[in-house]
Design a protein around this ligand. Structure first.
Ligand code: 5GP
Ligand code: ZN
Length: 114
């Protein structure tokens, strides 16, 4: 989708600080980081929200979590801890409508989130 910000980042049409990519996923630094490590893991294929997931997308979303855990481990945050979050629609604060997994680490993260 050429109008979608994260599709454009996935296709390198818009620059981002990419930290991992493969045929299915791209991970890049959040432009407004909320923790020392704050990156977003997205599928290359456009999926608007978790509500739009099909059963075929389940493996992909699982792989997004696997990749986030790998990045956390590579950055030295596996033992101290990290958080993954996918916001869905307005009440959860979703602002970009291409699913993205937030990976946050490097500070104490409060619970529940505000
Ligand atoms: P949401 O609120 O939809 O769950 O999260 C969207 C995230 O995308 C926010 O954390 C925001 O800082 C990030 N973001 C928005 N626009 C851009 C951008 O152009 N580049 C990057 N790297 N991150 C962005
Ligand atoms: Zn998209």
């Amino acid at each position: 989708m050429s109008s979608c910000l994260f599709c454009r980042i996935a296709s390198a049409d818009i620059p981002a600080k990419v930290i991992y990519q493969d045929a299915d996923l791209v991970a890049f630094e959040d432009i407004n980081p909320q923790a020392p490590l704050h990156c977003l893991v997205i599928p290359r294929r456009h999926i608007g929200t978790l509500n739009d997931m099909t059963p075929e997308d389940a493996t992909l979303v699982g792989t997004m979590h696997y990749r986030a855990a790998q990045i956390a481990r590579e950055r030295g945050y596996a033992d101290g801890g990290f958080r993954t979050v996918i916001n869905c629609n307005a009440d959860a604060g979703q602002t970009v409508f291409h699913i993205h997994l937030h990976l946050l680490a490097g500070r104490r993260l409060g619970w529940p989130p505000g």
